[in-house]
Design a binder for this molecule. Sequence first.
Ligand code: FMN
Length: 295
Amino acid sequence: MLFDFSKLSPADRQYYLHNAVAPRPICFASTIDQKGNVNLSPFSFFNVFSSNPPIVIFSPARRIRDNSVKHTLENVSAVPEVAINIVTLDMVQQQSLASCEFPKEVNEFEKAGFTATPATRINPPLVKESKIQLECAVIEVKPLGNERGAGNLVICEVLCMHINDTLLDENKKMDPRHLPLVGRLGEDWYTVVNEQNLFQVPKPNTSLGMGIDSLPSAIRTSQILTGNDLGQLANFASIPPLDPAFQDPHLKQIVHYFSVNPDQMELEIHRYASQLLSKGEAGTAWQVLLYSVVS
Ligand SMILES: Cc1cc2nc3c(=O)[nH]c(=O)nc-3n(C[C@H](O)[C@H](O)[C@H](O)COP(=O)(O)O)c2cc1C
């Protein structure tokens, strides 16, 4: 189905964008007004856009309901500083509570039960319970429109960042398996990073992958191998040479069992290669596939 955005209501545009452009990280923004009143609200229109200069952007949008603007936007326009606190699973319910539309004078740190702790370079306080906090100067506020749902880009330069010691190893590196980051999807859906849903895709940056168009046609047009399988095979710089010493008991079994039916043998070899690829064993998968290509 094609959705023509010029024909959708602001609420529907928001609905489909929220569901499709997801999961989004959450900027838990602590800001102050000119009198020093503190505000704390979550924003999932948020990401990093540059590391040099170090720039993150979030977007408090005009309310779809009545086109009013958010207190956070008013605050960063008056005092161009923001403490961005990263949200983890242990904080998610309280951060949601902080998104209630409390009156301007209400301090959401108190309402949501978070501890305000002084920042080092800016005036808005940090959320003590957050394991990562970014102290930022707001360098520009760019409205994207005046209608209901219009975003306002709050462009922030990161001045410094606090990372809880428990997240750093002896080389000051971070392991995503130890940081249950929370992301926002559409409606009430959230996701969390944990070891079960993390996986790695090796960067193809050392040498250029040959590309799917360079794979042998029997592999490229396989009924078994998936797009993910082909992506891994084509990430090799060239078709690897057949290793004469390569031995594989399962391949041997397939060859033995299906020797009278070469078409079926090819399917079984592809199935086995696909299993190897799903375990990240691309080199072995190539050797297995080469057997069917050359035989
Ligand atoms: C997880 C989460 C993400 C949100 N993301 C945004 C967002 O990106 N932009 C926005 O305008 N409102 C967003 N909201 C809603 C605001 O947090 C909410 O309108 C809040 O009351 C604004 O507070 P303020 O008026 O004190 O700034 C989000 C709410 C939640 C719970």
